[in-house]
Design a protein around this ligand. Structure first.
Ligand SMILES: [Fe+2]
Length: 472
């Protein structure tokens, strides 16, 4: 038996490959299904099942493409209602799925969503060895109970109560030595306080995970899991719909997105299609020159979640400006979160655009030393900290105001177009997203502080404050 976790840092997502005696399963695959197919091929194994723990909200799962290409059966747990655009088997609670000499017991664990299901792996001897816990149980946390309120016609409190029962009746009675393999790790918006580790023994989780405390009442649990939940990004419900009702095969999405367009064609398509210009180069490179009205979301960061947070409609048509050679990767990483409508990319990248003498724009970006000087001279009156509110709360530059990128539309309301602002985040990634998005909406007086809060702290030139703002 082989058990492999295939972890994708950008989405903090864990998919799993399990093989026994020439048969394999893949649990919660991402949309790029080639690696799973190649993995099975290497073992000479046939993928028998694609197991889905639930309708994912934060990424488009590869279940449909993988099942099609591997002739495998998609399995969802009870209560799942995928529409007839693809075939799936709806397992019953307690059902056993045989794979080679090992088996999976289906454990219906509603709460995060009502169809949420864990898969309990039993080895060749029939011993419970691992739990693929989806978003029901994370390392250090549990799945948020607010996402499925509409689909379930329940409140987040009712879902939390259901989750409490699932954990207590289905998971906590399992043996302490089984390994918990969740669908997400730290950084995912599917939970609040996930640990850095991506697996752990159930026994250890019972000791350290707040949600598994033995003496916890249902009311305490509900309070703790619903406390401090931030609104989910807009694309979450759209990804659920794609996972439930189907989507275009990844091949056609890639074909459409990886069309090379010369500068003239690029400009023409942009004009006709009302497409979003998405520049995925590093923020410091972007600042020095970019196509007017393009938005920067660097590919070398939490690219997909930020694309999800910044682009409200997954059907938005997108034109890409990438570092040459990274076009295909970019189209794929957008498709991971459901942005299937890339129309192509600028052939040769920004360099060609510039060489042809076409219009370019720039964003002023200064280092922290100059920023400190400006503050001292009274030339940096307005400072925006675009990190998450929790980061700001923990510590911030004394005179900075909070304006989280996560809630750009709200943050924008507090910005006066006629004033100049210095904008920073933690390291320079989010501030350029923020500034470029506002620049495209006509805000011209935002200056980036390169290196962000980390560089400011390192320089020792900035006074910082740690406090909780009243009313926030
Ligand atoms: Fe989820």
């Amino acid at each position: 038996m082989k058990v492999e976790q295939i972890y994708t840092g950008c989405l903090a997502q864990g998919a799993y490959y399990i093989e026994s005696e020439g048969e394999a399963v893949v649990i919660d695959p991402l949309r790029e299904v080639k690696p799973y197919l190649e993995r099975a091929k290497k073992d000479g194994a046939k993928i028998k099942y694609v197991l889905e723990t639930h309708f994912h909200a934060d990424f488009v799962s590869g279940h449909q493409d993988l099942a099609r290409q591997a002739w495998a059966t998609i399995v969802f747990g009870p209560n799942a209602d995928p529409t007839p655009n693809f075939m799936a088997r709806i397992a019953t609670d307690g059902e056993i799925l045989q794979v080679g000499k090992v088996s999976f017991k289906v454990l219906h664990t509603p709460g995060h969503t009502m169809e949420s299901t864990c898969y309990l792996l039993r080895d060749e001897a029939g011993k419970d060895v691992a739990l693929f816990s989806g978003d029901t149980l994370f390392i250090g946390d549990v799945g948020r109970p607010d996402l499925a309120q509409k689909a379930a016609d329940m409140t987040q409190e009712q879902l939390a109560e259901t989750l409490f029962d699932s954990l207590r009746t289905k998971i906590m009675p399992l043996s302490d030595d089984i390994v918990v393999y969740p669908a997400h790790g730290a950084g995912s918006a599917c939970g609040k306080n996930m640990s850095k580790e991506t697996s752990d023994s159930l026994g250890h989780q019972k000791l350290v995970n707040y949600a598994l405390r033995a003496d916890m009442s249902k009311a305490e649990f509900v309070k703790e899991v619903t406390d401090g939940l931030l609104p989910p990004p807009a694309y979450f419900s759209l990804n659920v719909a794609m996972n439930r009702t189907g989507y275009d095969p990844i091949g056609s999405v890639m074909e459409r997105g990886t069309r090379a367009l010369n500068a003239r064609a690029f400009e023409a398509v942009a004009g006709v299609a009302d497409a979003l210009l998405l520049d995925t180069r590093a923020p410091e490179v972007f600042a020095k020159g970019f196509i007017p009205n393009s938005i920067n979301i660097g590919i070398d960061g939490s690219f997909a979640p930020w694309a999800g947070a910044m682009i409200p409609d997954v059907k938005q048509q997108i034109l890409l400006i990438t570092d040459p050679g990274r076009e295909e990767e970019t189209v794929m990483r957008l498709a991971r979160v459901g942005y299937d409508h890339c129309l192509g990319y600028l052939e040769g990248g920004f360099e060609v655009w510039e060489k042809e003498g076409r219009e370019v724009d720039t964003i002023e970006s200064i280092d922290v030393d100059l920023f400190a000087e400006r503050i001292a001279k009274g030339e940096a009156e307005n400072i925006l900290d675009v990190r998450k509110y929790g980061e700001y709360e923990a510590e911030h530059i004394t005179r900075a105001e909070t304006a989280p990128l996560d809630f750009l539309n709200d943050s924008m309301l507090h910005i006066d177009r006629n004033k100049t602002y210095h904008v920073h985040c933690a390291g320079g990634y989010r501030s350029m997203i923020f500034i470029s998005a506002l620049r495209a909406r006509g805000y011209d007086n935002l200056i980036d502080v390169a290196g962000g809060f980390a560089a400011m702290k390192k320089s020792g030139k900035f006074e910082t404050t740690e406090f909780v703002c009243a009313g926030k």
